[in-house]
Design a protein around this ligand. Structure first.
Ligand code: OMP
Length: 230
């Protein structure tokens, strides 16, 4: 069976746990995501540990955000690990995104538009007043112009972003929760089925899978519900 278009966020406190989660979910999902917690604790070795023998895609979520020269150096430093995807913050601007794209030619650069943990009230406080959609669409189009071939947005904006950038750009949505699940610190959320129907190519799902007593079964259940819905 083809693995579901899900990136499981391996936000674990230690490498053993992350590697165990990865081994349990990889029969069911296309991708595992390594984020700041794991990478800052263990560094580059973490990639091989979570990949194991499965060859699953590794999404390195470092959300780089700095001046172009610094981001170019950081992207070069991790490009040798050949992650399938590397994140940068779209708010770093076009020159910064372009620097990442040029420095990691074998990795897909995904620009994070507006974090899924932010509400419109939060956005107003940081100077992005107005509907989240507007900021997300603006950041999406400048990122694509700068050469990003993937974008991260919430499921709420994915249809608008698809209309803005067209096909050919990979749309990645965190902020995904099965119906009735605890939303925790996520604010702009939708179900996996809704996110996919609205145009997402890859769903980032962490705690609904990893906090389950059986992460393998939780991943399999979400994968099956996506297959039923499609
Ligand atoms: O870039 C991301 O992956 C990301 C962007 C965003 O806007 N919101 C967001 O939650 N994420 C990541 O997606 C994952 C979501 O995890 P859960 O909330 O546990 O499903 C975390 O690893 C976040 O770092």
């Amino acid at each position: 069976m083809t693995p579901a278009p899900i990136a499981v966020a391996l936000d674990a406190p230690d490498l053993e746990t992350a590697a165990r989660w990865a081994a349990l979910v990889t029969p069911h999902v296309s991708t595992v995501k390594v984020g700041l917690e794991l990478y800052l604790r263990y560094g580059p070795d973490v990639i091989a540990s979570v990949q194991g023998a499965s060859g699953v895609n590794v999404f390195l979520d470092l959300k780089l955000h700095d001046i172009p020269n610094t981001v170019a150096g950081a992207a070069r430093a991790v490009a040798r690990l050949r992650p399938a995807i590397l994140t940068v913050h779209a708010a770093g601007g076009t020159a910064m995104i372009k620097a990442a794209v040029e420095s990691a030619p074998h990795t897909q650069i995904a620009a994070v538009t507006v974090l899924t943990s932010l509400t419109e009230a939060d956005l107003e406080r940081i100077g992005l007043a107005g509907p989240a959609d507007d900021a997300v669409r603006r950041l999406a189009s400048l990122s694509v112009e700068a050469g990003a071939t993937a974008l991260v947005c919430s499921p709420h904006e994915v249809a608008a972003v698809r209309a803005e950038v067209g096909g050919g750009i990979t749309l990645i949505t965190p902020g995904v929760r099965p119906a009735g699940a605890d939303t925790q610190d996520q604010k702009r959320v939708a179900t996996p089925e809704r996110a996919l129907a609205d145009g997402a190519d890859l769903l980032v799902i962490g705690r609904p899978i990893t906090a389950s007593p059986d992460p393998g079964a939780a991943a399999a259940a979400i994968a099956a519900s996506l297959r039923r819905a499609s």
